[in-house]
Design a protein around this ligand. Structure first.
Ligand code: GRF
Length: 220
């Protein structure tokens, strides 16, 4: 089966990008990365991509007078690289409805909370301030409203009594690295489909279990 050609958008550290790179290196993984695009030249993720031999492009948003120009350049670079699908892996720019609609149902994002709780920034600080017992992460299809859109996979982690934003972020990040490649795989295999405002998972092996705090059995 042909592998889904993916463009990854990043702005920084790129640890989720690394999780996708590692997954794509596994035999039988149904997606491949054709371009890593950053809006920042000193994103560590660019180094990770180069180390993996991937094509990289930096498009600084500051070079453009408006969002439309910046996004037209992003869109052009993705299409030129042959991308069929987009993964937002810590991409810190808000995308306009124009870009989002162009990639509708072909763009996913990872967010470090159990959406719809705590959209936006400073999720871990806000989770701690709210006193929640669980936090986690979400992979969802992108819609024009920030951090909204049909949810593909979530993983929950406990919030422990001594947590600060750093320790909670690290626990959530480890879960992010598990569910992002899983969500991309479900989409690339055609098993995760948007129906209305939800995602329905089709497939033979216990689909509900596969997207609810997925166990190791579903990671491969
Ligand atoms: C992650 O926590 C991700 O959920 C959020 O931004 C962070 C990016 O981290 N959207 P990294 O660049 O993937 O290491």
């Amino acid at each position: 089966m042909a592998r889904l050609k993916v463009g990854v958008l990043i702005s920084g550290r790129g640890s989720n990008l690394q999780a996708l790179i590692d997954a794509c290196a596994e035999p039988g993984y149904p997606a491949e990365i054709v371009l890593v695009l950053s809006n920042s030249a000193d994103a560590l993720g660019i180094e990770r991509a180069s180390r993996a031999g991937l094509k990289t492009t930096v498009i600084p948003h500051g070079d453009f007078v408006d969002r439309e120009g910046f996004e037209a350049a992003l869109d052009g670079a993705l299409r030129e690289a042959g991308a069929e699908f987009v993964c937002n892996a810590g991409f810190l720019r808000i995308l306009t409805p124009w870009f989002v609609e162009r990639w509708r149902d072909r763009q996913i994002n990872i967010h470090p909370s159990l959406l719809p709780a705590f959209p936006g920034l400073h999720t871990h600080e806000r989770a701690l301030a709210a006193g929640v017992r669980f936090s986690g992460c979400t992979v969802h299809f992108v819609r024009p409203a920030m951090d909204k859109g049909p949810i593909i996979v979530q993983a929950a982690v406990p919030v422990l009594p001594d947590d600060d934003a750093g320790t909670l972020a690290a626990r959530v990040l480890a879960a992010e690295h598990r569910i992002f490649p899983l969500a991309l795989r479900l989409v690339a295999e055609g098993r995760a489909k948007v129906v209305g405002s939800h995602v329905v998972i089709a497939g033979s092996d216990a689909p509900t279990e596969a997207v609810l705090n997925p166990s190791d059995r579903f990671m491969k």
